[in-house]
Design a protein around this ligand. Structure first.
Ligand code: CA
Length: 221
């Protein structure tokens, strides 16, 4: 059973989440502020975190930063803040997904499933492109003597591009395969591509990711 940690201070949202998620088979743990959220995270190590941004003590972004120092657990920000800058900041700090309030319960459940799907799959086939080796058993990419440990979504992105290296992989395919839902996530895709590219640029012999504007991406050795 997947355990969901919900860090949220509004009782009405907590009640609604409990009613939505428990019948879907999730086990729920709730924290009403940032500090208790972090404490719950450290003691329970949940499978996914739903994180509000406006909390009574520390901010949700502080919670996110602290979680990212400990773990690559999927974190879905659920916030009333809908400005582009808020969304981009959260994604840059390592959020896997961002839902604005009010949200649809069905969409929330679909996002949780999408963000935890890879955890359930036993997909450990190694992929090689030139001197680059992608090792799913360790969630890392090795290039020459260097090992890159990647956050989950970047890893999936690298995997899809490497499996289809030399060919164009469309944005549509990446959004559908990695984010599951094919609308509204294109900023997140851009962010993840940018981060992955920056990591590669630091390593000699790493593959290049070429952008085909409006179409997709191509990875070349
Ligand atoms: Ca709040």
């Amino acid at each position: 059973m997947l355990e969901v940690l919900i860090v949220e201070d509004e009782p009405s949202y907590l009640d609604a989440l409990k009613i939505t998620l428990e019948p879907e088979g999730f086990s729920i743990r709730m924290a009403p502020d940032g500090r208790s959220g972090l404490a719950a995270f450290e003691s329970a190590r949940p499978d996914v975190v739903l994180l509000d941004l406006m909390l009574p003590d520390i901010t949700g972004l502080d919670v996110l930063r602290s979680i990212r120092q400990l773990s690559d657990v999927p974190v879905i920000v659920v916030s009333a803040k809908s400005a582009e800058a808020d969304i981009v900041t959260a994604l840059e700090l390592g959020a896997d997904d961002y839902l604005t309030k009010p949200y649809s319960s069905r969409v929330l459940v679909a996002r949780i499933r999408a963000n935890t799907r890879r955890l359930a799959e036993d997909d450990d086939e190694t992929v090689r492109v030139g001197g680059t080796v992608l090792d799913p058993s360790r969630y890392e990419i090795r290039i020459g003597g260097a090992a890159l440990a990647l956050p989950r979504k970047e890893f999936e992105l690298a995997r899809m591009l490497m499996e289809r290296h030399g060919r164009i992989v469309t944005r549509e395919t990446l959004l559908k395969e990695i984010w599951d839902i094919d609308w509204g996530e294109s900023k997140s895709l851009d962010q993840h591509i940018r981060r992955l590219r920056r990591r590669f640029e630091k390593l000699e012999g790493a593959p290049h990711i070429t952008t085909l504007r409006g179409v997709g991406y191509r990875l070349e050795a």
